[in-house]
Design a protein around this ligand. Structure first.
Ligand SMILES: [Zn+2]
Length: 183
């Protein structure tokens, strides 16, 4: 048996400073009762699935619906503008999605890359973000990884040809949407 705090379910919640607010047969959502952001929540499968890369079965099939429902509820409950979703994987090795309701001026930031960032607006209204402390890699390195990724995805785990992921994207750095869809 794995000795895992998240596998303890509600038994482990007190230690983590959180309380369960919703569950279904496969998933549960807990919300923190301490910290800087009211409503900061965790969505996790009840089954011990270590990493997002291990997602399979019913949890893989239901994730989209559950993630949409819980993050929408969190947005409405906190009157936030957006809900940030983070998955790390180098902390507790039991998959959990951090759901963070975010409003302008709160303690959360939008930074994915360490160091001082420089924002460059793009014509579309999105923003390209680069870090002064980590200069962009050579274009060839991006292409090397992009080619490998496409190659792996073109043959999926069942050994059949994949569908691809739609039109090819440019090798842009992390983008931040500058526009929100109405609603
Ligand atoms: Zn676990």
């Amino acid at each position: 048996m794995v000795d895992c705090i998240l596998c303890k379910g509600v038994e482990g919640d007190a230690e983590l400073g959180r309380v369960q607010v919703w569950e279904d047969p496969l998933w549960r959502l807990t919300a923190v009762l301490e910290g800087e952001v009211a409503g900061f929540s965790y969505l996790e499968p009840k089954r011990h699935i270590p990493y997002v890369t291990d997602l399979a079965g019913e949890e893989a099939r239901t994730l989209g619906r559950v993630l949409a429902r819980t993050s929408r509820a969190l947005r409405d409950a906190t009157d936030s503008e957006v809900v940030y979703v983070y998955v790390f994987g180098d902390g507790i090795p039991h998959l959990h999605f951090h759901l963070a309701p975010h409003r302008k001026g709160d303690p959360l930031n939008e930074q994915m890359i360490r160091g001082e960032v420089v924002e460059k607006p793009l014509p579309s209204g999105a923003t390209s973000v680069v870090s002064r402390d980590f200069p962009p890699l050579p274009r060839s390195e991006h292409h090397r990884v992009r080619e490998r990724l496409q190659q792996i995805l073109s043959t999926n785990s069942r050994g059949t040809k994949g569908q691809g992921l739609g039109s090819e994207r440019t090798g842009r750095r992390p983008l931040r949407g500058g526009r929100r869809s109405p609603q």
